[in-house]
Design a protein around this ligand. Structure first.
Ligand code: NAD
Ligand code: MG
Length: 315
């Protein structure tokens, strides 16, 4: 466990920060260190300060350039990992951000709220459980009230629990994994849609697991395939209305989801080493993909999957 924690910016003794902004030419192999996390689980949903090493969310490196000026974004799972990196980047690009996360993740969420406000943008924290239909309704309403509208929806909250045998996946786990990853996306999108105008963007977080599923992630991997096809179908429906739907498919990224049950503890020291880059990705490396798909730069990009996976080939 890291005890010398300075916050969830990856600025601790075992820093994973690149130290350079996203425009600086670097060798991607060594841009972030090859991490070797201990074979120790943390309690779900996992907090950033419990991670060894700490992750890099781009707090010390992401440089905005007005690409999302004046936009209003709702991001689920925005307290930590990929969602936190996206929230920080969106704010630095000029967007106000509503954040969904579990109440027990308040300390991670507050850190992101501070960073959004430090970027001069509004943050609207809305804690709750996305497996609760009522909360999903309230979340969208709170985001729209707090932000004064909605232009960007990022369905990013996710549940991943590694189980070696299908017979050991409890019905409860199967249900919660589908509720978190698939149903919540449906519910939140359904609530948000009447408020979205031409120019709006929906971005759903899928996974390399939709293409190259692990034997221990049968339930999780299949939710990610569902997210892919849901997104492609919805993109066809909404394109004529001027609303673009796309997905980002991360590879192995160092986030609380992984040590908190997403991987078996014994798999953690090797996490991400089997990619062509030879290392796990950091949340900071995901943010530019979401920024691109949220911004007007991607006006002709619809129903697409942007892979950010260290070089693993996908169909
Ligand atoms: P993370 O743990 O930092 O983020 C996941 C977030 O989901 C949590 O912080 C939590 O706020 C939210 N969440 C989970 N259950 C919830 C619930 N019932 N109610 C409300 N919020 C809930 O991990 P992450 O890796 O950044 O995950 C973000 C997304 O990226 C997920 O969809 C995950 O499946 C996907 N993903 C991650 C990886 C990876 O290697 N880390 C790879 C591919 C895809
Ligand atoms: Mg979290």
């Amino acid at each position: 466990m890291s005890t010398e924690n300075t916050g969830n910016t990856g600025a601790g003794a075992e820093s994973t920060e690149s130290g350079q902004d996203q425009y600086t030419l670097q060798d991607p192999v060594s841009q972030h260190p090859t991490i070797e996390p201990p074979a120790e689980a943390i309690a779900p949903p996992g907090l950033e300060r419990e991670m060894t090493p700490l992750a890099d969310h781009g707090a010390g490196s992401y440089r905005g350039s007005g690409r999302l000026k004046g936009r209003k974004a709702l991001i689920t799972g925005a307290d930590s990992g990929i969602g936190a990196a996206v929230a920080i980047a969106f704010a630095r690009e000029g967007a106000d951000v509503a954040l969904s996360y579990l109440p027990e993740e308040e300390e991670d969420a507050q850190r992101v709220v501070e960073l959004i406000e430090a970027a001069g943008q509004k943050a609207v924290p809305v804690p709750g459980d996305v497996t609760d239909r009522l909360y999903c309704n309230e979340l969208v309403a709170a985001a729209i009230n707090g932000l004064g509208g909605l232009d960007i929806l990022v369905n990013n909250a996710g549940k991943q629990v590694s189980v070696p045998n299908l017979t050991e996946i409890t019905d409860e786990q199967f249900d919660l994994t589908y509720k978190t990853n698939v149903y919540a996306m449906f519910w939140i999108t359904k609530e948000a849609l009447p408020h979205l105008k031409p120019g709006a963007a929906i971005i759903n977080t899928t996974s390399i697991q939709a293409y190259s599923p692990s034997e221990t992630l049968v339930d999780y991997a299949s939710t990610k395939a569902a997210i892919n096809t849901f997104s492609k179908a919805l993109s066809q429906q909404l394109a004529p209305k001027g609303i673009r739907v796309n997905t980002v498919a991360p590879g192995p990224i160092w986030t609380p989801l992984q040590p908190s049950g997403g991987q078996a503890p014994e798999a953690l020291p090797e996490f991400g080493k089997d990619t062509p880059l030879g290392r796990a990705g950091q949340p900071a490396e995901l943010a530019p993909a979401f920024v691109f798909l949220a911004s007007q730069e991607s006006s002709y990009v619809i129903g697409e999957t942007l892979h950010v996976n260290g070089g693993m080939p996908t169909p």
